[in-house]
Ligand binder design. Structure first.
Ligand code: KG4
Ligand code: ZN
Length: 342
């Protein structure tokens, strides 16, 4: 079964071909991603209208490239999967309509995929892991802890009540005059900074619920930066170090509670695993922190390769491949959804 996947929910245009054999093994035949970061950088964030137009301009060519790299034509594709949400509506329309058109013209089954399900199922493609497992998704648009119990069976344990974690990194960077996207810049500056000079809040730390909150942290950065103005490079480095330490500490608290919750729900799982996904998973300090937490609690820590942690179409194709032959295809009437909780 070879599936063409299409992803256009945010600022990456992506197409991929993934194969799934009868034993459930996956293989990526091609995975093409075109990032629009340069188009959005002058605005310090993703501009929906620019994103949608950029998807329209390049999607056909990217699909052609994905087929070419997989040494296939559309005739060799067994099914089509496209992201139907959640995300920016303009971009979703572009990818979903293109996927439907290809499926209709070729009379192939069509799967409308929830982007979050794509992230959630990726470790089954990369690491062949079995259900159930825990997923921590930390990206520019999402911060969620999800219990992945089975195909189509997901329980959201916690989510952000305000900013996503990547968004908090990006906004903090902007406040400090660092370029977009801010995550890597904050990490670099933090390496040079003193994490003990300032203490920033740890939102929701110690609370029983498993939600996240980051806007208070960002506000604290703003107040601190205003007090110190004009900021020296040392000030910026020290604030970034304090910010990252506060994030790590908060994650530690939220995630360790989630690991406990997993144990309560599945006391008989012998080899429990925590999977991390999303662009923020590129952060070495946070990764190290999650790794330590997993080791201390007897959990396997799985971080798929970075190219599959961030937005891509291989995860969408894979979600389609997992569903193919197990759930009925979706109707071509399916509509894009900017909000679509798992
Ligand atoms: O998953 P992703 O590539 O895209 C979407 O959110 O759609 O995530 C991008 C986010 C951005 O907010 C970016 O600042 C953050 O991931 N990010 C990082 C790092 N690299 C990327 N955050 C913290 N540390 C990093 N090294
Ligand atoms: Zn994503």
């Amino acid at each position: 079964m070879r599936v063409l996947g299409i992803e256009t929910s945010c600022d990456e245009t992506a197409a991929a071909i993934v194969e799934r054999d009868d034993q459930g093994n996956g293989r990526i035949l091609s995975n093409v991603v075109l990032s629009q970061i340069d188009d959005h950088a002058p605005y310090g964030g993703v501009v929906p209208e620019i994103a949608a137009r950029a998807h329209v301009e390049v999607l056909d060519r990217l699909i052609g490239q994905a087929l070419h790299e997989a040494q296939m034509t559309l005739d060799d594709v067994d099914a089509v999967a496209a992201t139907a949400g959640p995300g920016l509506i303009g971009g979703l329309i572009v990818g979903l309509m293109t996927g439907k058109a290809i499926a209709m013209a070729g009379q192939k089954p069509f799967y409308a995929i929830n982007h979050l399900e794509g992230h959630a199922l990726t470790p089954r493609l990369t690491d062949r892991i079995d259900f159930p497992y825990l997923l921590l998704l930390v990206s520019g648009g999402h911060t969620q802890m999800v219990l992945v119990k089975g195909l189509g069976d997901y329980e959201r344990l916690g989510t952000t009540i305000d900013d996503a974690l990547g968004e908090a990194f990006d906004k903090t960077a902007k406040l400090l005059g660092l370029p977009y996207p801010g995550g890597p810049e904050v990490e670099k500056a933090a390496l040079l900074g003193d994490p003990d000079r300032f203490t920033l809040p740890r939102p929701l730390k110690g609370e029983e619920r498993l939600d996240f909150s980051f806007s208070g942290l960002k506000t604290a950065v703003r107040q601190l930066a205003t007090t110190l103005e004009p900021l020296s490079q040392t000030d910026v480095n020290d604030i970034c170090a304090a910010f990252q330490t506060a994030v790590a500490d908060t994650l530690d608290d939220r995630v360790s509670r989630s690991l406990m919750r997993f144990r309560q729900s599945f006391p008989n799982v012998e080899d429990p695993a925590l999977v991390v996904a999303g662009g923020v998973a590129a952060n070495n300090v946070l990764r190290g922190c999650l790794q330590d937490l997993c080791s201390a609690n007897g959990f396997r820590f799985i971080a798929p390769p970075m190219a599959l942690c961030t937005d891509n179409a291989a995860m969408i194709a894979w979600a389609g491949a997992e569903r193919a032959n197990r759930t009925p295809p979706d109707s071509l009437d399916v509509a894009p959804r900017s909000r679509w909780p798992l």
